[in-house]
Write a protein that binds this ligand. Structure first.
Ligand code: PGA
Length: 275
């Protein structure tokens, strides 16, 4: 179990949504990049930007420790799908991650479980890591169905992508009622769902213990520490706060402290001393 924990490096990923402009993107990315070069981080950091800004993002981040990617991808490899962007196109711009199945896409664009699964599979084929979002609505939570809903969403996508290579996929638990509302899940509630998702992953083979599960939904500098120190929360998917350099940097720092603390306690534990 300790070995497994060490292998799940925390990931802090920004989701810009439909925000940005060439001028402000440059300021934001340069500020974050600058911060990463002054401190060596024990976490992975990336930004998922609107597709037209992938070229600019690549130019500004190449040579840094930051990764980048997109917020959606076509369920098809290529062809007559006007307006769609293929996974291979995203890869050509150096993307490493792509968000799939975000609740805004499921709700406003009618994305079905099959479409989300097909998108995740296209991403993997092109060498990208799909960040698959799952999460319950407030109605589902109030009905006591939160755990079942997210387990079903996870199983649906695993049916498409298989479980041969757990590092090929990242899961993001984003309760719909917490996104953009300023009302985050409590650390205890988030941890409970993450533990359920982890148990679901384990049912698909022990290797799936290495799959990272991020939390998303109103993560801010003031709640990041509490969430990121939970045992089964392997990082953060951040919307609003990823657009403010100082907020995003503060959350990266919280993740780094959480990662360093867990490494130290593992080493003490490995040495046979109780932490
Ligand atoms: P938020 O968005 O941090 O603004 O709540 C998170 C997301 O939708 O990924």
């Amino acid at each position: 179990m300790i070995e497994v924990l060490k292998m799940r490096r925390k990931l802090v990923l920004g989701n810009w949504k439909m925000h940005g402009a060439i001028g402000t993107n440059a300021q934001l990315l340069q500020a974050i990049r600058q911060h990463l070069t002054t401190s060596s981080l024990p976490v992975d950091v990336g930004v998922c930007v609107p597709a037209p800004y992938l070229s600019q993002t690549r130019d500004l981040l190449t040579g840094s420790d930051m990764k980048w990617g997109a917020q959606d991808v076509s369920a098809h490899a290529k062809g007559a799908f006007t307006g769609e962007i293929s996974a291979a196109m995203l890869a050509e711009f150096g993307s490493q991650y792509v968000i799939v199945g975000h609740s805004e896409r499921r709700a406003y664009h009618g994305e079905t479980a099959d479409a989300v699964g097909a998108k995740a599979r296209q991403a993997i084929v092109a060498g990208l890591v799909p960040v698959v979002c799952v999460g319950e609505t407030l109605h589902e939570r109030d009905a006591g169905m939160a755990e079942q809903v997210v387990r079903n969403q996870l199983s649906d996508v695993l049916a498409f992508v298989g479980s041969e290579n757990p590092a090929q996929i990242v899961i993001a638990y984003e309760p719909v009622w917490a996104i953009g509302t300023g009302r985050s899940a409590s650390a205890a509630d988030a941890q409970a769902i993450h533990a359920a998702l982890r148990a679901c992953l384990s049912e698909h083979g022990e290797a799936m213990n290495q799959t990272r599960i991020l939390y998303g939904g109103s993560i801010k500098p003031n709640n990041a520490h509490e969430l990121l120190t939970c045992a089964d929360i392997d990082g953060a998917l951040i919307g609003g706060a990823s657009l403010v350099a100082s907020d995003f940097i503060s959350i990266i720092d919280s993740a780094s402290r959480a990662a360093s603390a867990s490494t130290v306690s593992d080493e003490v534990f490995d040495a046979g001393v109780k932490p």
